[in-house]
Design a protein around this ligand. Structure first.
Ligand SMILES: Nc1ncnc2c1ncn2[C@@H]1O[C@H](COP(=O)(O)OP(=O)(O)O)[C@@H](O)[C@H]1O
Ligand SMILES: [Mg+2]
Length: 320
């Protein structure tokens, strides 16, 4: 253990994703303490410990029964930053994680093309928001992750039935997005991993088999009762047990990387995976900013360098 590296506090609410990061921290000789923000006590008169505070609170926390985590994290990050503690993906970035409106407006301000999107606040506004969209179009939750609420509609009538029916999924923050359906040139999306100011690698995720639920954790794709892969919404080919939805997009070198690095720098976004699709008519549309980095083992095994390891090295540098 290096005596010069300050302790790293990992603020999160999902223990499942942590082991690859724990191994990377250990390999770098960093001391790390997990701080689970599910519930707890915060004494506003207390002074935070010394250290680097890396937040990895996820927009899908409410799907793990951790609906209070985002607000607890808001409180803790505000307290830490008020005391001048160094946060990584701190208070501002938490908002970016929690809101696709925040992501899309920030991307557009940075000159990055995004799909046409309208936010409907409250269930009753969804049909009005969709009026000017030609079918097909997509709905998704503003507070997303794991493909939450992502659905494709072939007509406005189908949307009306959905919104008034029993299958309607209430978004965690009451905001549903209506978005142009991106007609992809080929059935995959690309996710660009950035740590610090560095491009680490790009991932390719198969949308023919993966549909809209492109979550790198096995738990998202496996039916817990049968242990078998689920046919995800939007998938056109059934996944089988050996299906690997994620692969390394080898040799990816494109001007969009430079734009993303600039965007991340401008936002103070230190760890992220940004998703885009290439359209049949030759456009690149960026639609999702994840404020974490990849830990999918198959991608990691093929990658020129490890994203969790790059993160550990970066955090070590932050504290040096
Ligand atoms: N506008 C769109 N058109 C077509 N497919 C989309 C669109 N938006 C999202 N998808 C598909 O749904 C997946 C999940 O959407 P995304 O916006 O990334 O939400 P999440 O934050 O839940 O990952 C994407 O990876 C992509 O495959
Ligand atoms: Mg996504």
């Amino acid at each position: 253990m290096s005596s010069t590296s300050p302790k790293i506090y990992a603020l999160h609410e999902n223990t499942e994703w942590f082991p690859p990061f724990a191994r990377a921290f250990e390999a770098e000789g960093l001391e790390v303490e997990e701080w689970l923000l599910t519930d707890g006590v915060l004494d506003l008169d207390s002074v935070p410990p010394e250290g680097i505070f890396w937040s990895r609170i996820s927009a899908s926390s409410h799907t793990r029964d951790h609906g209070l985590s985002k607000d607890y994290a808001r409180a803790v990050l505000s307290w830490l930053e008020a005391h001048g503690r160094r946060t990584v993906n701190g208070r501002r970035i938490l908002e970016l994680e929690m809101s696709k409106v925040d992501q899309l407006t920030a991307l557009r301000a940075a000159g990055i093309d995004t799909p046409r999107t309208v936010a409907a606040v409250g269930r009753d506004s969804i049909l009005a928001a969709a009026k000017e969209f030609p079918a097909p179009f997509i709905t998704k939750h503003n507070q997303g992750g794991k493909g939450l609420g992502v659905r494709k509609f072939e007509s406005h009538g189908e949307l009306a039935d959905y919104v008034s029916g029993p299958d309607f999924e209430e978004p965690a923050d009451g905001i549903t997005l209506i978005q142009e359906f991106i007609n992809a040139a080929e059935p995959f999306i690309t996710r660009v991993e950035i740590v610090g100011s560095e491009f680490i690698y790009a991932i390719r995720a198969d949308t023919a088999r993966g549909g809209f639920q492109l979550c790198p954790a096995d738990a998202c794709a496996i039916d817990p009762s049968t242990g078998k892969p689920i046919m995800p919404p939007g998938a056109t080919i059934a996944p089988d047990e050996d299906t690997q939805l994620f692969s390394l997009r080898e040799g990816f070198d494109h001007p969009i990387i430079g734009k993303y690095l600039e965007f991340a720098k401008r936002m103070g976004l230190e760890v992220c995976g940004i998703e885009f699709m290439e359209t049949a008519d030759g456009r690149i549309l960026t639609y999702d900013v994840n404020t974490n980095t990849n830990y999918n083992a198959v991608v990691e095994a093929a990658a020129p360098r490890s994203a969790p390891r790059a993160l550990a090295q970066y955090l070590k540098g932050v504290g040096a």
